[in-house]
Design a protein around this ligand. Structure first.
Ligand code: CU
Ligand code: CU
Length: 346
C-alpha cells in the first residue's frame, strides 16, 4: 500500500495519509475498493454502477440518449460544415461560419451527466472545412457563463490567435468577436478555446476539427472524422471515460459501415486532456499516414499511430475483405474505458 499515483503527482494534489493507500484512478480501474476514496476525503467517484466491470454492461447493451444530448457520434463521423460562401470583389471566396459557445449538461455514459461547454451544442464542435487560399470569417458568440475564445491552429496574424491579451482577447459572456484570416496551409488542423485554466476549458468540450483542403483536391474517398477525447466526470484531473467523438463505445454498439474496396480517409485529431498521449490502432489492415495532412506523401504504412494533444493526421486505407474490424486506442486502459469501435465492411 502507500502507492504514489503519477496522475496525482502531475496534478500537484497528492493527499498525505499516514499509511493509507493513496487515491488512484488506476486502483479503481484495477477493481480496488471504492471506500478508499471516501477514506481519502475525496468526493465519491461517479462511475457507472459496479464500475469495476461497469463499462462492460454499458458497452454491451445500453447507450446514451443522443437526441437529448443534441448530437450523435454516428452523424458527427461524416459531418463536414462548409459554412456559407460569397465572392469578394477580387474574385476570391469568402467563407463564413458562426460558432456559439454554450453551457450544456450532456450524458457521457448511461446515467452519467457531465456539465459540458461546447461550440454549437456539440462535442466535438462542427468540423469546419474550406479550401486552401480562401478568406475565412468566423463569428464567435459567447453564450456561455464563462469567458472563452477560439484559437485556431494554422497560419494567421497574432491578433487572430484567440488568446488573452491578443486582438479581441478573452470574449466575455454575452460578447462577440470575428476571427478572420486566410485558409493556410492545406492540411488537417483543429481549433479550441484558449482561456485559462486551459485544461478545463479544453476538457469541458470546447474544440473541433479544422480541415483546409488542398487546391488540387484529394482523391474521392469515404471520409471520416474522429476527435479522440476523454471526460473527467469527477473533477480529479484524470479521465473516467475515453472515446472517439465523445461517447464511449458508440461505434461498438453501432459500427461504422464501410464499403469494401472503397478508399477510406480518416481525419484523426487528438485533443485528449490529462493524459500525455493517445493512439489509434486499426485491426486487419494497415493505413498510409500523413502527419498533419500537410504532405501528399505518406510518412509511413502502419497500423498504429501515437499522438500527443493537438497532434493530428490523415489515415488512408481500403478493406479488401468483408467483416467487422476493430479500431481502438492501443493503450489498453483507454480501450477498456470506452475508446474502441468497429468498422463493418460489406
Ligand atoms: Cu473557454
Ligand atoms: Cu492547440
Amino acid at each position: 500500500m502507500g502507492r504514489i499515483n503519477r496522475r496525482s503527482l502531475l496534478a500537484g494534489a497528492v493527499p498525505v495519509l499516514g499509511g493509507a493507500a493513496l487515491l488512484t484512478r488506476d486502483a479503481t480501474a484495477a477493481g480496488m475498493d471504492h471506500s478508499m476514496h471516501a477514506g481519502a476525503g475525496q468526493p465519491a467517484v461517479q462511475r457507472p454502477a459496479g464500475a469495476h466491470d461497469g463499462h462492460a454492461n454499458f458497452r454491451d447493451a445500453r447507450t446514451v440518449d443522443h437526441r437529448a444530448n443534441g448530437f450523435d457520434p454516428h452523424d458527427i463521423v461524416r459531418d463536414f460544415d462548409r459554412g456559407t460562401t460569397k465572392r469578394l470583389p477580387s474574385g476570391r471566396v469568402l467563407r463564413e461560419w458562426t460558432l456559439v459557445a454554450g453551457d450544456r449538461e450532456i450524458e457521457i455514459a448511461p446515467g452519467i451527466r457531465f456539465a459540458s461547454w461546447s461550440y454549437n451544442g456539440r462535442i466535438p464542435g462542427p468540423t469546419l472545412r474550406c479550401t486552401e487560399g480562401e478568406r475565412l470569417r468566423i463569428t464567435f458568440v459567447n453564450g456561455s457563463a464563462h469567458p472563452h475564445t477560439i484559437h485556431f491552429h494554422g497560419l494567421h496574424p497574432a491578433t487572430m490567435d484567440g488568446i488573452a491579451g491578443q486582438g479581441a482577447g478573452e470574449i466575455q459572456p454575452g460578447g462577440k468577436t470575428v476571427y478572420e484570416f486566410d485558409a493556410l496551409p492545406a492540411g488537417l488542423h483543429l481549433y479550441h478555446c484558449h482561456v485559462r485554466p486551459l485544461a478545463e476549458h479544453i476538457a469541458k468540450g470546447l474544440y473541433g476539427t479544422f480541415i483546409v483542403d488542398p487546391k488540387e483536391p484529394r482523391e474521392d474517398a469515404d471520409e471520416l472524422v474522429m476527435v479522440m477525447n476523454g471526460f473527467d466526470t469527477n473533477f480529479d484531473r484524470a479521465n473516467e471515460f475515453y472515446a472517439a467523438n465523445t461517447i464511449p463505445f458508440a461505434y461498438m454498439n453501432k459500427p461504422i459501415k464501410i464499403e469494401r474496396d472503397r478508399l477510406v480517409r480518416l481525419y484523426l485529431v487528438n485533443i485528449l486532456e490529462y493524459d500525455l498521449i493517445n493512439s489509434f490502432h486499426l485491426h486487419g489492415n494497415l493505413f498510409e499516414y500523413f502527419p498533419t495532412g500537410t504532405s501528399k506523401t505518406p510518412s509511413e504504412l502502419t497500423d498504429t499511430v501515437m499522438l500527443c494533444q493537438g497532434q493530428r493526421g490523415i489515415a488512408e486505407w481500403r478493406f479488401p475483405y468483408p467483416g467487422k474490424y476493430m479500431f481502438h486506442a492501443h493503450q489498453s486502459e483507454f480501450t477498456e474505458l470506452g475508446w474502441q469501435g468497429f468498422f463493418e465492411v460489406a
